[in-house]
Design a protein around this ligand. Structure first.
Ligand code: FES
Ligand SMILES: [Fe+2]
Length: 378
């Protein structure tokens, strides 16, 4: 499927050209990514604590697929394809909720237990050779990794621990109370840009001091010279210690010691999951770029806070600042970047690779592009 102008030499990021523009809008690339990346990868669904009560569910859509993740009566978290085994009707259309006693299909009332077993199928007594045990919901592979629940549609996928060795330790060092979080808020934004355009923007510090005013606010909260962006195969981190001289953050005074490390810490898991915390805050954010179309993505912002202490005002302000200031400033860049990629006057650029100033280097963008290219080249 790769045409000549879409072959890419990624061997030397410091002298070579960047991933060609069609990778960000061509529908054939998008179909390849869907098959070779998203049908095989792990998708973060939510935190384990969202499944404390029997019947609590979260639905995760992956293109035309939909997966129900639900807590059963024994407290086990299970995942099933969101399709009734009678005629295939989609069972749940909400993102979150609670299944009462049984999961009932709205079409002909087949009813499933929280373990996926078919409990009742009205009038099925009249059927010959009908064995209810053969019509349970189809299970989906699920893993819990560092307090969060993930699903994959690929039964051969490496486990998350195998895919990202060392990642959990790194998360536990920087993210506060990973096992005791509660969901504060989830915000979905549709962005008219390719999912990779959004990812790229988040994994380089080159634009921090050079784009909009909110980025400069963020740069001022950290020791920007110490910002480090580090690839580790199929996971990566980008982080900086807090600016010890900062007096206020997100419009609030920084009053003394705060939480965990106070670092600006971000960790990316292949291909599109990011967990992070902002400096001086008591929270864990999720930042997920979900591809919908070649030039349309669902950007999902999740905010989680430790559930055994009140959320500090500074943390609340940080969440509002992300939703109302930093997020929109980056999304505006994503949208205009996407438009420019279509120009007949642009095909490839250069990565700004600077070994002397690694905080502002684009080496992680190159690493990410290489993973994408290798995934679809097979
Ligand atoms: S499709 Fe679900 S009961 Fe008929
Ligand atoms: Fe940005």
């Amino acid at each position: 499927m790769l045409t000549k102008e879409m072959t890419w030499d990624y061997s030397d990021p410091s002298t070579g050209f960047s991933l060609p523009a069609p990778y960000f809008y061509d529908s054939r690339v998008f179909e390849e990514e869907k098959r070779s990346i998203f049908m095989k990868c792990w998708h973060v669904v939510g935190h384990v604590n969202e499944f404390r009560e029997a019947g609590s569910f979260v639905c995760q859509d992956i293109f035309e697929q939909s997966v129900i993740v639900v807590a059963d009566r024994e407290g086990q978290i299970r995942a099933f394809h969101n399709a009734c085994q009678h005629r295939g009707n989609r069972l749940i259309n909400e993102r979150r909720g609670k299944i009462p006693a049984v999961l009932r299909c709205a079409y002909h009332s087949w009813c499933y237990g929280l373990d996926g077993a078919l409990r009742a199928a009205p009038r099925s007594e009249c059927l010959k050779n009908f064995d209810k045990t053969m019509f349970g919901l189809k299970p989906v592979r699920l893993e819990i990794f560092a307090g969060f629940v993930y699903v994959t549609l690929d039964n051969d996928a490496k486990s998350l621990a195998e895919m990202a060795p060392g990642a959990e330790e790194e998360m536990r060092r920087f993210l506060p109370d990973l096992d005791n979080l509660k969901l504060v808020e989830e915000v979905d934004v549709i962005v008219p840009a390719n999912w990779k355009v959004i990812q790229e923007n988040s994994i380089e510090g080159y634009h921090f001091d050079l784009s909009g005013p909110v980025h400069k606010q963020l740069a001022a909260l950290i020791d920007f010279k110490s910002y480090r962006l580090t690839p580790h195969g199929e996971w990566w981190t980008y982080m900086a210690p807090p600016n010890a001289g900062a007096k206020t953050a997100y419009g609030q005074p920084i009053a003394g010691a705060t939480w965990q490390t106070d670092w600006f810490f971000n960790i990316g898991l292949w291909p599109n999951t990011t967990l992070y915390c902002f400096p001086f805050t008591d929270m864990v954010g999720t930042f997920i770029m979900i591809p919908l179309e070649p030039e349309k993505s669902l950007l999902r912002f999740g905010y989680y806070a430790p559930d055994h202490r009140p959320i500090p005002e500074l943390t609340k302000s940080a969440i509002a600042w992300m939703n109302q200031e930093l997020g929109p400033e980056d999304i505006a860049l994503n949208v205009s970047n996407q438009k420019g990629l279509h120009s007949m006057g642009f095909h490839q650029g250069r990565y700004l690779i600077d070994e002397q100033h690694v905080n502002q280097s684009e080496h992680l963008v190159h690493h990410f592009h290489k993973l994408c290219y290798q995934a679809i080249r097979g």
